[in-house]
Write a new protein. Structure first.
Length: 197
């Protein structure tokens, strides 16, 4: 009897991925237009017909440009940096809805971390400008944004995804004193493609 229970447990654990992956509730997506400068995968769990929860990550390698206005002249500094930007979005599907597709709206939150700054940049910046560089080109936690996510998701043959989304966010950046201050709003437009399993 113990052998049968052990075999049953092994069989259930072996087949568990098939139960999980056979429900058409999991989505993997990517922003293809960003692939040359950022890698932005996301995972959405379709909880039920009208609600989804999406986790996203962005690994950004774009250079930062800093403009300085001194003595009537404009100088531009360029710095090599790498950023990690995790985010989370809630989605409520409300129109042309077909099990987690159609028009949606929901809250959105993301934060930004600088994981790499060009070596020697801070010293070089100080020599040229006689001041330290802005906080947003230093390593560590830099900012967070909160706002609304809205868009439309097309589901093709129940598995392939094309999604258009708008992110309207308010940015809060970390200042030199360690406090966070609102720095305005931003509207991002993204097109994601993906697969549901």
């Amino acid at each position: 009897m113990k052998i049968q229970k052990s075999l049953l447990a092994v069989l259930i654990l072996t087949l568990f991925p098939l139960f999980v992956f056979g429900q058409l509730k999991h989505e993997l997506k990517i922003v293809p237009l960003d692939l040359f400068s950022a890698f932005s995968p996301s995972y959405e769990l379709v909880i039920n017909k009208k609600i989804g929860l999406e986790l996203e990550m962005s690994f950004d390698t774009r250079e930062a440009f800093i403009s300085n206005f001194t003595g009537g002249a404009v100088t531009t500094e360029e710095v090599d940096r790498k950023r990690f930007i995790p985010g989370i979005s809630g989605k409520y599907y409300f129109l042309f809805n077909k099990y987690g597709s159609g028009f949606y709206i929901g809250p959105h939150f993301k934060s930004t971390f600088n994981t790499y700054i060009e070596q020697g940049f801070e010293d070089r910046y100080f020599q040229i400008n006689n001041t330290s560089p802005p906080h947003w080109v230093k390593k560590g936690f830099q900012s967070f944004a909160t706002g609304l996510n809205g868009g439309f998701k097309w589901l093709i043959k129940e598995r392939f995804i094309v999604e258009y989304s708008n992110l309207l966010t308010v940015f809060y950046t970390k200042e030199e004193n360690g406090k966070f201050e609102a720095q305005g709003t931003d509207l991002d437009v993204e097109i994601r493609i993906g697969y549901r399993f």
